[in-house]
Design a protein around this ligand. Sequence first.
Ligand code: C2E
Ligand code: CA
Ligand code: CA
Ligand code: CA
Length: 279
Amino acid sequence: AKNFGRDNCQRFSASMAVRTGDRLSMQEDLRLAVERNELRLFFQPQADLRSGRIFAVEALVRWQHPKKGLLPPGLFIPLAEETGLINEIGKWVIEEACRQNRAWQDEGLPAMAVSVNVSARQFREPYFVNVVRSILLGCGLDPRRLEIEITESMIMQDLTRAVETMRELADLGVTIAIDDFGTGYSSLSALKSFPVSRLKIDRSFIAELPNDESDAAITSAVISMAQKLNLKVIAEGVETIAQAEFLREAGCHDIQGYLVSRPVQAAKIADIIRWPRQS
Ligand code: C2E
Ligand code: CA
Ligand code: CA
Ligand code: CA
């Protein structure tokens, strides 16, 4: 039932809008968006629950459309995936995220990791690892400061190939996180054999905490098994103190969500890190 949550509604209405509206012109606009410099990255902090320290940020793409305003990824990433434009957009995202992370370091901020979302099509592209390697070299970012987020279904679609790509990334020093964990079908025991360092518990499991008993049981089980397998674990979509409290008691130390901060522009990240909110 978790699979029919907010994300799918968003995707559904997005494709409806595209179908009833100006699909072709949208496609053309998107093709030009990269060269016209209309894509923007927002960054959402990931924090250690106990110290409040921000140790990483997730890069989230938006499209500053000349007529439609700032569009969320749900309104154009599916189209980018269908048309293959995702490879170009995805490359821009990794490049911009690495460049920005390097810029923060040069400004004197404490070293952080930046996580980027990668689409299935992009992950399967034969030159993907080479693209990542040359971006890292180009901007002189330590590969350990880049994390790639993939989903369980991306791994399961072509297991052999995915494991190979993950190993090549890990050999570069890039870390891998499983995004939206719990919504797919992979077992924790299968994960043990992948070069994955982190699980991100999907926000659909977090939303009804601490009251929903089955979500509470699933979340606690994922946290304790991840720890036994030596995987880091972060909860997504944490909005309330009660949710954070529950997670802390369940042994989860890292959180991401509106409770810490909404996704913000790069300049704002520097402010948040220099002057952390007292809580
Ligand atoms: P995701 O990777 O699961 O990203 C988390 C989404 O949850 C983001 O939505 C974020 O703004 C939202 N969120 C974060 N904290 C909270 C919270 O406390 N409460 C609630 N209700 N929502 C929260 P956004 O930015 O609209 O991104 C949606 C999805 O689009 C992402 O889901 C990801 O799958 C995809 N996406 C974003 N950027 C990229 C990208 O550069 N490339 C690709 N391929 N996909 C991307
Ligand atoms: Ca993500
Ligand atoms: Ca996610
Ligand atoms: Ca998601």
